[in-house]
Design a protein around this ligand. Structure first.
Ligand SMILES: C[S@@+](CC[C@H](N)C(=O)[O-])C[C@H]1O[C@@H](n2cnc3c(N)ncnc32)[C@H](O)[C@@H]1O
Length: 278
């Protein structure tokens, strides 16, 4: 039977989630949270949200349950070449700008922050590999992070249903995707060369410091901040600013913008920003 989440239980959970993960959960999301956590209660054979909360905040729960709770509440919608105009800009403007101004041993570094199940990072890997096949002295690295361990495990596996690859250009499909031998499965797998190139890692953007990473030439953080409160968005964006190199680019989702914040960026395309003032 479906378990009910009381208002005070909702408040306890939602304030914890917002404080620790940035994701805002206004009261109108109560039913959504209730529905998303039902499965966890069933899996744990727990009879009420009161018991679930006690378990979650126990020492064992904080060690083991937290990751499952985050997996159940995060919104993970993504896709290959999602918001394609950004990948066109990346290929046609960002890569040549870097390449023609780089010093001999510079490595192009990109971060897909909030990478979900990996499609964004693999899209970047396709484009970077294509660029490298034209310019052999071009070297790159890709870091891809998310809060959800479930999504990261899908990303590392690199297996996707065939219907999800419709937006991948044919020549890239041929080069970078392997069809499953079992044709019943109708799935593809990213070639090992690209799977191994990407550093997939769990990382909470709410961390106060991003010292785990060196600086980047480009940060993609698309369709992530939209779920955060304004002040949290600003703090995350400030930390991104510190992690971007001179002439670095920040890509947000097409419905996102930094224009209301006092940050050193110039807008160069819809939801694409170039770090200024170096
Ligand atoms: C809607 S997906 C966006 C995926 C991809 N960037 C795209 O635009 O297609 C948002 C992702 O942000 C992740 N996320 C949410 N809060 C986060 C946090 N505090 N730290 C890191 N990742 C977070 C979610 O787990 C989810 O996978």
């Amino acid at each position: 039977m479906k378990k009910k989440l009381t208002t005070s239980e909702f408040t306890r959970l939602s304030s914890f989630i917002t404080r620790n993960y940035g994701i805002k959960l206004p009261f109108k999301k109560k039913i959504l949270l209730e529905n998303r956590l039902q499965k966890r209660l069933r899996e744990l054979d727990i009879n009420s949200f009161d018991m679930y909360i006690k378990h979650l905040f126990s020492d064992v729960g904080l060690q083991n349950e937290l990751v499952h709770m985050i997996d159940s509440i995060s919104t993970n919608k993504t896709g290959f070449f999602r918001e394609k105009q950004h990948f066109d800009f990346f290929k046609d403007e960002v890569l040549p700008a870097f390449y023609y101004s780089k010093r001999k041993n510079d490595v192009f570094r990109v971060w897909s922050a909030g990478c979900s199940s990996g499609e964004e990072a693999y899209t970047l890997a396709f484009l970077l590999s294509e660029f490298k096949s034209n310019f052999s002295d071009f070297n790159f690295s890709i870091t891809a992070t998310d809060i959800s361990t479930k999504m990261l495990s899908t990303a590392k596996n690199g297996i996707y249903p065939e219907e999800q690859i419709v937006d991948v250009p044919v020549h890239m499909k041929q080069k970078y995707l392997l069809k499953s031998k079992d044709r019943q499965k109708r799935s593809v797998r990213i070639v090992p060369e690209l799977r191994n190139i990407i550093r997939f890692e769990q990382f909470n953007l709410m961390r106060k410091e991003y010292t785990a990473f060196d600086s980047f030439d480009v940060i993609f953080c698309k369709n992530v901040l939209i779920y955060f409160e304004k002040q949290t968005q600003y703090e995350v964006l400030k930390r991104f600013t510190g992690k971007l190199r001179k002439n670095g680019f920040l890509f947000l989702g097409l419905s996102e913008s930094i224009l209301s914040f006092d940050l050193p960026f110039n807008k160069v395309a819809p939801s694409v920003y170039l770090k200024a003032g170096n």
